[in-house]
Design a protein around this ligand. Structure first.
Ligand code: FMN
Length: 331
């Protein structure tokens, strides 16, 4: 068995369920919360542009809590040398995977010549993957769409994935809809082009040994488990952010680890301890509390709790006590 086969086999388990990279959402505070709910779900950072790491303050973008493992760093960029430098930096920081964003359609990202527009440049993406692959031991993966604009034939997708596979890409995460680079904003590009899971199924048939993770429109653990019959992993984005408790059963049902589950209130209590430490270190409370608001999603009393937090958040001198259920009227 080659090293790379061992590595792939070892990683299958981790990959079965992931929470998607989401700009402005999956920051380290959000990931800390998600990790309190599931020990095994793979977590992704927000996309970090290579320029921010090379010319900015790497610590600001790369620091994370050790409890967040397994955690993957998503990079945005298209210069193989820069990406290799950033991948090395990320590995030094202990990230478990480096992922390249080839799915974001925003104008800003297109102007920087990265994100989804790179689907039109398979050779360049392959060069980027190979450059990162050459300098790190952790897996290098790519998250992409099923096409862009008029470049949306299955033959073009196969050509793209073939390039990635030959370049040593360890897994692909496919957001099962195309992106329109002109005319739709990123938000619209997450809903308007229709989902097409069949195309991703076909990819799995044509690349049976390449780990393929499916993404897009998956909102329950039951749906995720059904997809696991066909794919190596499932990535959930918005649903996991708005209702993080959907991950509560993931360790048992997806990863086969039947440890006792904490309750929502225990998770809240642990997060409050964390927020207290971070607040003392100068992090604004609102930067943490905003990720908490989905924790009691659908529970009675949740709306009043959320309202109370929002109302009190900006009063001078408030502390973490506003995050709790001080009056005992918890859901
Ligand atoms: C607020 C927000 C920010 C996002 N930022 C990123 C990003 O930084 N990188 C990326 O690859 N995808 C990003 N996405 C797309 C998600 O990773 C995912 O592909 C998409 O939401 C579809 O999955 P879902 O239907 O499970 O949400 C973002 C999505 C949202 C809602």
């Amino acid at each position: 068995m080659t090293d790379s086969t061992t590595r792939r086999l070892a990683l299958q388990h981790n990959r079965r369920l992931a929470v998607a990279p989401m700009l402005d959402w999956t920051d380290r505070h959000c990931r800390y919360l998600l990790r309190l709910i599931s020990r095994h779900t793979l977590l992704y950072t927000e996309m970090i542009a290579t320029g921010a790491l090379i010319h900015g303050d790497p610590e600001r973008f790369l620091r994370y809590d050790p409890s967040e493992h397994p955690v993957a760093l998503q990079l945005g960029g298209s210069d193989p040398r820069d990406l290799a430098d950033c991948a090395r930096m990320a590995e030094d920081w202990g990230y478990d995977e480096i992922n390249l964003n080839v799915g974001c359609p925003s104008d800003r990202v297109q102007n920087g010549r990265f994100g989804a527009c790179l689907m039109a440049e398979p050779e360049l993406v392959a060069e980027c993957v190979a450059a990162m692959r050459a300098v790190v031991r952790v897996p290098v993966t790519v998250k992409h769409r099923i096409g862009i604009d008029d470049r949306d034939s299955y033959a073009e997708l196969v050509e793209f994935v073939g390039h990635l596979s030959r370049a040593g890409c360890d897994a692909i995460i496919v957001h099962a809809r195309k992106a329109w680079l002109k005319g739709l904003n990123p938000n619209e590009n997450r809903d308007i082009p229709p989902l097409n899971y069949e195309v991703v199924r076909a990819l799995k048939r044509d690349f049976p040994s390449l780990p393929i993770v499916i993404n897009g429109g998956i909102t329950t653990l039951d749906a995720a488990l059904a997809f696991l019959n066909a794919f190596d992993g499932v990535m959930i984005g918005r649903a996991a952010y708005h209702n993080p408790w959907l991950l509560a059963e993931a360790d048992r049902r997806v990863f086969g680890d039947a440890h006792p589950l904490p309750s929502r209130l225990e998770v809240l209590e642990s997060f409050i301890h964390y927020a207290e430490r971070e607040l003392a270190a100068g992090v604004p409370l609102s930067a943490m509390s905003r990720h908490l608001l989905g924790l009691f999603h659908g529970q009675p009393g949740a709306r009043a709790w959320r309202r109370r937090i929002s109302e009190q958040l900006h009063r001078p001198g408030v502390g973490v006590e506003i995050l709790g259920f001080g009056d005992g009227a918890h859901p």
